[in-house]
Design a protein around this ligand. Structure first.
Ligand code: B16
Ligand code: MG
Length: 214
């Protein structure tokens, strides 16, 4: 008896990883760091500051706290410039349709994202009306794999964690959901997300029957 679905944003509902990559790449180029698309995998689901630290680690560079703030801000300015142009057709296949099915089934929905830019992305893609609650990087103190972001989502919906299902594409996110006592559906590869209760390649492969079969 699933009463709420909590969705991660990047990698589940939209693919903003490409914009994150372009802006981290631009910063890395300026710093003389060779940052590849493969390296970018390590940044998925991870906070902005931790992402910067990973980029610096790849380049064997150290920066002061103040320098890191400045670099993270610069990356975010390029990133927000790109996402300000996002359109509703950038929603991943099946995501809007599944959100609608969930709503029609009387199941509550929340967003549980690490991004501080989640509000802008939902607005530009026209997805705000699909969510009963939005919890993002602006509302949490601890990052995934800590369950805080999902527990806050459940609390906002007034649903017990045991009756919530989380949709996640990152290992840290799957761990966060399990740590919060929730069921989790992995979006992506079953090999990587092997702790999830079920793994599908995308929300286009989801339906209410699969949700209730958990
Ligand atoms: P921002 P999610 C995460 O979103 C991204 O996967 C991750 O790559 C990014 O660093 C993080 O948001 C923070 O984003 O810089 O916009 O605050 O997957 O948790 O929806
Ligand atoms: Mg994600």
């Amino acid at each position: 008896n699933v009463k709420a679905c909590i969705f991660d944003l990047d990698g589940v509902i939209v693919d903003t990883a490409v914009y994150h990559f372009k802006s981290w790449k631009r910063l890395a180029d300026e710093l003389g760091i060779n940052f590849t698309l493969h390296d970018n995998e390590r940044l998925k689901g991870v906070s902005r500051m931790r992402s910067l630290e990973i980029v610096l680690e790849i380049g064997h560079q150290t920066k002061t706290e103040a320098e890191k703030q400045e670099l993270a801000t610069r990356k975010n300015e390029w990133y927000t410039e790109m996402i300000s142009k996002m359109k509703p057709d950038e929603v991943l296949p099946g995501a809007r349709e599944f959100l609608q099915q969930v709503k029609n089934a009387g199941i509550k929905t929340a967003l549980g994202s690490a991004s501080k830019n989640a509000g802008t992305i939902l607005e530009k893609t026209g997805l705000i009306p699909f969510f009963d609650a939005i919890v993002d990087g602006n509302h949490v103190a601890t990052a995934k794999p800590d369950p805080e972001v999902f527990l806050k989502g459940a609390e906002a919906l007034k649903i017990e964690p045991a009756n919530c299902v989380v949709f996640e594409d990152a290992i840290a996110g799957v761990e966060a959901a399990l740590a919060g006592g929730m069921k989790v559906i992995g979006i992506g590869s079953g090999e990587i997300l092997n702790k999830a209760d079920l793994v599908v390649s995308g929300l286009d492969k989801m339906n209410i029957d699969k949700l209730n079969s958990l």
